[in-house]
Design a protein around this ligand. Structure first.
Ligand code: DQA
Length: 150
């Protein structure tokens, strides 16, 4: 099973950026631990500060990945293009936010992506990514059972 984690703008700075909000760990370190927790799965990580690169990755993963975990950072609150890309692909997408955006500034309360995603995990820190991966694994198993593939 292939799961792709996509992080958007400024999330390359995790561990150094506002650690009181986003925590003290870099995503690379967290990702190594995550891979160790899912040894039988192919987990891929992609980060970009560029909207177009995120769009291209979503289009590609739309046919290659079994599930996508997406934290689009601030583009969550502004990008209709990313929402359209999520809606256009068949791969299920889970939206994740490290911080509880609803406890923060009002401009963070709206997401263009949520309505196009299977679900949303907000405010549980980096653990949100693990929970999203777990859910995608279970979802695939349930779909396979329903389709009689098991
Ligand atoms: C974020 C929340 C966004 O509002 C912010 O712009 C980010 C990170 C989060 O993970 O909490 O860059 O997506």
């Amino acid at each position: 099973m292939n799961i792709l984690i996509i992080n958007g703008p400024n999330l390359n700075l995790l561990g150094r950026r506002q650690p009181e909000i986003y925590g003290p760990f870099s995503f690379d370190d967290y990702f190594k631990g995550l891979q160790a927790q899912f040894p039988h799965m192919h987990l891929e990580y992609f980060q970009s500060n560029h909207e177009g690169a995120l769009l291209d990755k979503l289009h590609g993963a739309g046919s290659e990945a079994d599930g996508i975990v997406l934290n689009a950072g601030a583009l969550t609150h502004t990008s209709i293009a990313l929402a359209d890309a999520v809606a256009a692909i068949r791969t299920p997408v889970v939206e994740v936010h490290i911080s509880n955006v609803y406890k923060r500034e009002p401009f963070r309360h709206h997401s263009y992506l949520s309505a196009c995603c299977e679900g949303v995990i907000v405010g549980l820190g980096l653990e949100g990514y693990r929970l999203a991966v777990e859910w995608l694994v279970r979802r695939t198993k349930v779909s396979e059972k329903l389709e009689g593939k098991e």
